[in-house]
Design a binder for this molecule. Structure first.
Ligand code: ADP
Length: 486
């Protein structure tokens, strides 16, 4: 499949190490999930390239951290500008390799860039402390310094933004990075590396290797030169990476799986709740870690909500190729992803759920699954236990606030939760009782660069974005000065 870009120089197919594009003997085929057509072959990196990337990042560390914060900020700002100038081309690359519709791809580029802009600004605000000393002949001062070389491993669902969310704070803090994007979607990562190069980010500060996840992962986690690993992906892989990092005691940030409840109380504005649910459930065809996974509806409004939701889906969602006019939902990332959603639907039906809409793989292609609604779901069914990562709405009935909280919290993960009510007391009670890192209150879209994104429990640790996002890339050094008294 040919990609028609204004700037064909953004299609990069080799590893980016020490400011150079490095080829290799083996390659990875990048395919469009709509029809499996080949988009490009990308050089497949292995242990050797991963080590080369680490060494380059280590070499680049001292000069990069020695730059004035203002200079780092201004280089990052240039990168932000170049990304936004190439928004359309980057969106086309993203849609081709990932499948999301163009409008969402454009939004992801802007969202991803917003982290670069934000952390360009925050780079200048890495403040330390002076602390009252315990005796008059001492002074106590704290400074914050970059952790060092950071390894960034990112998934395919947001191939641009998940990477900028890591690279931007790392660079702002004075760290250098080695990134391993998902093999399904490496072109978005390599394109922004090209723009980083053009923005004047010095060689070795950003390195990108695409290849065998286990091989590269092992080199990154074992290397004593890598002082931090930041990962977005599944809880299972996150746990094994944390275990692997323990041998060198690296700092880790983990953005892992979610199982977001979306709770609708009888006093909610139903129209707002349905539009919030449509946004939080169907964005990227349900393939985000903050996507609604379970919809808890109070028994008093359950039937009405179900009818309205089902007709809204029928009237508004159009499945198809992401680059076609009028399409709202693209394919899932792979045939396996479709099969997983279908298994979850079928097992839940066998356990007593009722099919209201969809429920069969689409004829459009092996990666397409239609918007599906199940009612009478209970919290023990796969539709409620597993992270679906697809366009499935599972409706669960509840009768009281206490029961809603118990169902919502009955999961090992805790990333995002949503609820709709107009009762101000309930807003506080629910907001405090939900065991989640992010809570949307009468709101279905909660991600932005100004807010701390991250989960609790098995959704991981660390925060991305906001004034807190830099802390994950900084060490606090305390300096005690003595001999002050005459
Ligand atoms: P997903 O289900 O979203 O594909 P994964 O956790 O499998 O989530 O993948 C997220 C990222 O982690 C991808 O870049 C993938 O290649 C990488 N990855 C998967 N397994 C490993 C591993 N053992 N070591 C390092 N990276 C891994």
């Amino acid at each position: 499949m040919a990609l028609h870009l204004n700037d064909s120089g953004l299609i990069k197919t080799r590893a980016y190490i020490n400011g150079e594009w490095i080829s290799s003997r083996n390659s990875i085929s990048v395919r469009n999930p709509c029809d499996s057509s080949l988009i490009a072959r990308v050089a497949k990196a292995g242990c050797f390239e991963a080590q080369h990337a680490i060494d380059s990042a280590y070499q680049a560390l001292q000069p990069w951290q020695a730059k004035a914060a203002k200079e780092r900020a201004s280089i990052l700002r240039k990168w932000f500008n170049l990304i936004m100038e190439s928004q359309e081309d980057l969106a086309k690359i993203l849609t081709a390799e990932q499948g999301k519709v163009l409008a969402e791809a454009r939004a992801e580029i802007a969202y991803g860039a917003s982290y670069v802009e934000w952390f360009a600004e925050e780079a200048k605000r890495i403040y330390g402390d002076t602390i009252p000393a315990p005796s008059s002949d001492k002074r106590v001062v704290c400074i914050k310094q970059p952790v060092g070389v950071v390894a960034c491993i990112t998934p395919w669902n947001f191939p641009n933004a998940m990477l900028t969310r890591k690279i931007a704070p790392a660079l702002a803090a004075g760290c250098t990075v080695v990134c391993k994007p998902a093999s399904e979607t490496p072109l978005s990562a390599l394109a922004i590396a090209e723009l980083a190069h053009r923005a004047g980010i010095p060689k070795g500060v950003i390195n990108i290797v695409v290849g065998n996840a286990h091989e590269i992962g092992r080199v990154l986690t074992k290397s004593p030169l890598v002082r931090k690993l930041t990962f977005t992906g599944s809880t299972e892989v996150g746990k094994s990476l944390v275990a692997d990092c323990s041998t060198t005691l690296k700092k880790t940030s983990m953005e892992l799986g979610g199982n977001a409840p979306f709770i609708v109380f009888p006093d909610a504005d139903l129209k707002a709740a349905i539009s919030g649910l449509m946004a939080s459930k169907f964005r990227n065809s349900g393939q985000t870690c903050v996507c609604t996974n379970r919809v808890l509806v109070h028994e008093k409004i359950y039937e009405e909500f179900k009818q309205k939701l089902t007709s809204t889906i029928k009237e508004n969602l159009v499945l198809g190729h992401g680059d076609r006019e009028g399409v709202t939902n693209g394919p899932l990332i792979s045939q396996t992803a479709c099969e997983t959603v279908d298994r979850i639907v079928q097992v839940s039906l066998a356990k007593g759920a009722k099919l209201e809409l969809g429920g069969k793989p689409s004829r459009l292609g092996v990666c397409f699954y239609p918007p599906t609604v199940l009612s009478d779901v209970t919290n023990d069914m796969p539709a409620a236990r597993e992270e679906v990562f697809g366009p499935l709405v599972s409706l669960i009935r509840f009768t009281s606030e206490e029961q809603a909280i118990a169902i919502a919290n009955d999961t090992d993960v805790g990333l995002a939760a949503y609820f709709y009510t107009r009762d101000i007391g309930r807003v506080w009670r629910m907001g405090e009782a939900l065991e989640y890192g992010i809570v949307g209150i009468n709101e279905g879209i909660i991600s932005n660069e100004m807010a701390p994104f991250g989960g609790i429990k098995e959704s991981g640790h660390g925060r991305e974005g906001s004034k807190y996002g830099l802390d994950d890339y900084l060490e606090i050094k305390y300096m005690c000065m003595g001999g002050i008294d005459d």
